[in-house]
Design a protein around this ligand. Structure first.
Ligand code: HEM
Length: 243
């Protein structure tokens, strides 16, 4: 019963995550960008604009210019999250690639960095009057959810070890449509339920900035209005009709 409940939960969460992200990406891609609005100074070629977006994704360049503390903890959180998720690949890949084996210890250090950075970002929202005033319930909930996932993960590792071989068999079984029993450890079940909630709310929450940054016109447009006239598709259609 437990295995079936979690199996269905993860199929649903994965479907909501994938379909939700695709629907959002399509909507972003179709949203008209009628004017050239890159934040200057901006690259003048498309390749340059791609490098600029890559810089935003990897280094959070705009955030670095605007606020060094948020940049520090925000960047630390995201790099730590990436390492933690890469460490988790061992539950989903068989055989486990050598590089995944190699990063395992770094993934554990990253788990502490992740929790620490989240606490710092949350403290900022709670302790600075101006930021507390503009923080909404969804801001607090996103931080609480991520922190709860990180802390339950660390608690499994240090206080209530689970049968990770069985956890892996369960997730490989999900992907092969051959369900295997999931260990009934309360901390593991909490960790996994919170992960399923994160997957399901991701496309509808502010966490979607992960996709949105790629579609941001102020960052992904080259600054070339003099070299190339920018005509939005709907404006081009109007011009064609008038001829
Ligand atoms: C279906 C997806 C996931 C599964 C099956 C899973 C499973 C696990 C397991 C079994 C552990 C304990 C590892 C051990 O005892 O060595 C763990 C730890 C942890 N998990 Fe997850 N988890 C998942 C998703 C996530 C996500 C999305 C996050 C972050 C947002 C996360 C964050 C952590 C952290 C920080 C730890 C502690 C460090 C570590 O041992 O890796 N987990 N997870």
């Amino acid at each position: 019963m437990l295995t079936a409940t979690y199996a269905v939960l993860f199929y649903l969460a994965a479907a909501v995550l994938v379909l939700g992200l695709v629907a959002r990406a399509v909507r972003y891609a179709r949203t008209p960008a009628p004017l050239r609005v890159p934040t200057t100074p901006a690259p003048t070629s498309r390749g340059g604009a791609a490098v600029r977006v890559a810089g935003e994704v990897a280094l959070f360049t705009s955030l670095f210019r605007s606020n060094k503390w948020i940049w520090l903890f925000g960047w630390l959180f995201h790099v730590a999250l990436l390492l933690v998720l890469l460490r988790h690949l061992r539950y989903f890949l068989e055989p486990i690639p050598q590089w995944v084996v190699w990063i395992q210890p770094f993934g554990v250090y990253a788990a502490y960095a992740l929790a620490g950075a989240l606490l710092a970002l949350w403290a900022r929202r709670l302790l600075i009057d101006r930021i507390r005033y503009i923080s909404t319930a969804s801001d607090h909930l996103a931080l609480a959810l991520l922190l709860a996932i990180g802390l339950t993960g660390l608690a499994i590792k240090h206080f209530q070890p689970t049968d990770i071989v069985a956890v892996k068999a369960f997730f490989l079984g999900l992907m092969r449509l051959d369900w295997q029993p999931l260990p009934a450890d309360p901390l593991l079940l909490t960790h996994l339920a919170l992960v399923a909630v994160l997957m399901a709310v991701f496309p509808f929450s502010k966490l979607l900035h992960a996709v949105g940054v790629l579609f941001s016109p102020s960052r992904n447009q080259p600054d070339n209005p003099r070299e190339r006239r920018h005509v939005a598709p709907w404006a081009a259609a109007l011009e064609r009709d008038q001829r």
